[in-house]
Design a binder for this molecule. Structure first.
Ligand code: ATP
Length: 261
């Protein structure tokens, strides 16, 4: 399989002079088409900054970013967003509070002049496990999990090949987290999606990903498969420390997620 996302020597610096912070300090990684890839590390290690550069949300980067075979500049053409969509942590903040679900989903369809809005909205709502009754509700009438389903539907309605997920379950209750992870797993299989997931929770990565990279202070310190993570064969002391410290990588939690498969 060829790379769906290819990042070479990515650097992102915030601030200038003595205050400059190298949030991402020379990251190189490659994600294959159809693969689910986790980016993990402590808070502040630069995970979200990598994702934001790939998504086009941050245009202050240097290096090389290729998505679906196309080299990306700092400004993204409209067509890029049909290929690559992002889902955020907070489904409360990411949906317009005064727009109905229908309007939230109709907007990207209109921007990309895709047509068939009615049928597309119905289909994508069903796809994320929400019936047509949800179409005319407002975000405040939905639970956290339902809102995150709407946010996923909004990303999916353009039929992208890549979903970038920034802590997609960490704002949700534990039982709802498992539902959303199961949904993402199913959508990935049904649509052949490539997923890149940023999280501090190794159980989420163990549940959803094939492979992961560990970040520390803006650098990628280790890459491994989820199999290796399970066997705890991390080589780098930092990764081992993260494994130990992570309230996330707890076998019981990882296994409990499996039960929902
Ligand atoms: N817009 C910004 N302006 C200034 N500094 C920033 C900005 N965004 C991130 N940073 C800094 O860059 C570093 C990396 O942040 P980033 O959010 O990528 O880390 P993270 O690993 O995703 O952590 P978290 O899980 O807390 O989001 C941190 O030191 C952060 O304070």
């Amino acid at each position: 399989m060829t790379a769906m996302i290819d990042i070479r020597d990515l650097r992102v610096t915030f601030g200038r002079g003595a205050d400059a912070v190298a949030a991402v300090d020379g990251v190189t990684l490659s994600v294959r088409g159809g693969e689910s890839f986790g980016l993990v590390g402590e808070s502040g290690s630069g995970k979200s900054t990598v994702l934001r550069a790939v998504s086009g949300l941050n245009d202050e980067w240097t290096g090389r970013i290729e998505v679906a075979g196309a080299e990306q500049g700092t400004k993204r053409p409209k067509g890029f967003f049909k290929q690559c969509q992002m889902v955020f942590q907070d489904p409360y903040g990411s949906l317009h509070p005064r727009h109905t679900v229908d309007r939230i989903l109709a907007e990207p369809i209109a921007i990309h002049a895709m047509g068939d809005a009615d049928a597309r909205i119905d289909r994508v709502l069903r796809d994320v496990g929400l019936g047509p009754a949800f179409r005319f509700r407002y975000p405040h009438q939905l639970s956290g999990g339902q809102r995150q389903r709407v946010a996923i539907a909004r990303a999916l309605v353009l039929e992208p090949r890549v979903l970038l997920l920034d802590e997609p379950t960490s704002a949700l209750d534990v039982s709802v987290q498992a539902e959303i992870l199961n949904l993402l797993r199913r959508l990935r299989a049904e649509h052949g999606l490539t997923l890149v997931l940023v999280t501090h929770n190794l159980a989420v990565v163990a549940n959803l990903c094939d492979r992961l990279a560990v970040m520390n202070r803006g650098r990628l310190v280790e890459e491994m498969t989820v199999e290796e993570l399970r066997r705890e064969t991390a080589r780098e002391p930092y990764t081992r420390q993260l494994l130990r410290a992570s309230q996330g990588y707890d076998r019981a939690v990882a296994e409990s997620f499996r039960d929902y498969a």
